[in-house]
Design a protein around this ligand. Structure first.
Ligand code: ARG
Length: 466
């Protein structure tokens, strides 16, 4: 660590007359977590230094010293030999101090026309851009797992539920494709948020811009930013882009959590719709017979911390006057935690889905309970001229009769059915079967096996092209 930086804690000018309190030092330092930004911090510094040289603000020797120093620092960090210091507060000051120790005055020139305020905003945006790209790739992989299983089970019949009561038969493939749709919207949301993440704050300096003839477009091009933040005060202060990411991540996790809840229910012996590969389950320390779906339960639980991070960041932002305030240092841990939770969850679920073994006979047995084809009988009567409300009433009475006899609608004798309405004929049994019921929902977005297979194939094609 360079002497000047060491003796005044983190390199503040001669203004300070006493060293920082130890607890305050730890309280204000962020290096323990923001070192995760080291790689993007170096990328940002290289782009800044090259721009300074091109604009004639530093000379070619300074630039080559800076490049050499930062390259060595990158290797030290990657190799685990970099000496991180709490005295130097954060990742930015740690790297800058090391650079000066390595290359002397050139290192002290790097911060010309720049502040940690625009530096950190740039770093977070670069880091988040990469995180979003990873998350979208992971979503694609998870959707591919789901659509593949959906195609295999385009014709596997299960009960569809409303209010968790058996409602109408659907296919397992159709049910899985509902999640493919949810995750497709999630990927869209992330891609949309990325556009607003991908704007360059550097050049805003502390808050008001800089007196040096900087070339912000050059820096933006070097770092792959699509646009330049148009107001220096806004550039250093807002974290709305991080909030957007946390909101999008929360929705992904909410969808994962709903899927998890269903997996847990389906795996419960009372339903028994699926079995899950052992590697995603654990046993009980006391009950030898137990196989618990721990992974979906944990994912459901971890959804809470991701939503918590969204609440943290929105609350962090709401009371801040322009421009930069130290509050913003608190954006990092929730953001990093969200990214880790999201990416790990998506990766695990991508593997978990192909490990699901559906039990079609259990699904079928459940679909046969609860008169799930009652709507089909009503529709049958409507096609024979009865108004829908009247048909609804007639079928309700037939359901009651079947219920009293302890049989399904399809098991009522034809003469019993005909007694409810003379329009009912022998062909009624075609619509009262589970197969007849799902096959009849033969339109775009419907659960007919042929439609589900088409939808699964279309999804797989879209995913392969993404
Ligand atoms: N560690 C700080 C952060 O994360 C960097 C910016 C500090 N700027 C300042 N003026 N204290 O926000």
């Amino acid at each position: 660590m360079s002497d000047q930086l060491a003796n005044k804690s983190a390199g503040w000018s001669g203004l300070f007359s006493e060293p920082m309190d130890e607890l305050v030092k730890r309280y204000t330092a962020s290096v323990d977590f923001d070192r995760a930004l080291a790689e993007v911090d170096i990328q940002g510094s290289l782009a800044h230094a090259r721009m300074l040289e091109a604009a004639g603000i530093i000379d070619a020797r300074d630039l080559s010293d800076i490049e050499r120093g930062l390259t060595q620092i990158r290797q030290e960090i990657e190799g685990g030999t970099f000496d991180w210091s709490l005295d130097l507060e954060d990742v930015h000051l740690n790297i800058e101090a090391r650079l000066t120790a390595l290359v002397g005055d050139a290192g002290k020139r790097l911060h010309t026309g720049r502040s940690r305020n625009d530096q950190v905003a740039t770093d977070i945006r670069l880091w988040l851009r990469g995180t979003i790209d990873n998350a979208i790739d992971q979503l694609t992989a998870l959707q591919t797992s789901l659509a593949t299983l959906a195609l295999e089970h385009a014709g596997t019949i299960m009960p569809g539920f409303t209010h968790l009561q058996v409602a109408q038969p659907v296919t397992f493939g159709h049910h899985l494709l509902a999640y493919v749709e949810m995750f497709a919207r999630d990927a869209e949301r992330l891609a949309d948020a990325r556009r607003r993440v991908n704007r360059l704050p550097l050049g805003a300096a502390a808050l008001a811009g800089t007196t040096f003839p900087i070339d912000r477009q050059r820096v933006a091009d070097a770092l792959g930013f699509e646009a330049i933040a148009a107001n220096s005060l806004d550039a250093v202060s807002d974290r709305d882009f991080a909030i957007e990411f946390c909101a999008a991540a929360s929705l992904v996790m909410i969808h994962v959590s709903r899927l998890s809840e269903e997996l847990v229910l389906w795996m419960s012996p009372a339903m028994g719709f699926i079995d899950m590969a052992d590697r995603f389950c654990t046993g009980s320390s006391i009950m030898p017979q137990k196989k618990n779906p721990d992974v979906p339960e944990l994912a459901r639980g971890k959804t809470g911390r991701v939503i918590g991070a969204l609440v943290t960041l929105t609350t962090l932002m709401k009371g801040q006057p322009l421009a930069y305030n130290k509050d913003n240092q608190e954006d990092k841990e929730p953001l990093f935690d969200t990214a880790r939770t999201l990416l790990e969850t998506l990766r695990i679920f991508t593997d978990l889905i192909p490990g699901i073994a559906p039990r079609p006979e259990r699904m079928r047995a459940a679909a046969l309970q609860g008169f799930s084809t009652a709507t089909d009988l009503a529709d049958y009567l409507v096609r024979r001229g009865l108004p829908f409300r009247a048909a609804h009433e007639t079928v309700a009475r037939a359901v009651r009769e079947a219920s009293d006899r302890g049989v399904d609608l399809a098991e009522l004798p034809l003469d019993v059915l005909t007694a409810f309405d003379s329009r009912i004929e022998a062909d009624v049994f075609e619509v009262l079967t589970l197969e007849g019921s799902v096959a009849a929902r033969d339109h775009f977005g419907g659960t007919a096996p042929a439609r589900v297979a088409d939808a699964a194939r279309a999804a797989l094609d879209r995913l392969a092209a993404r």
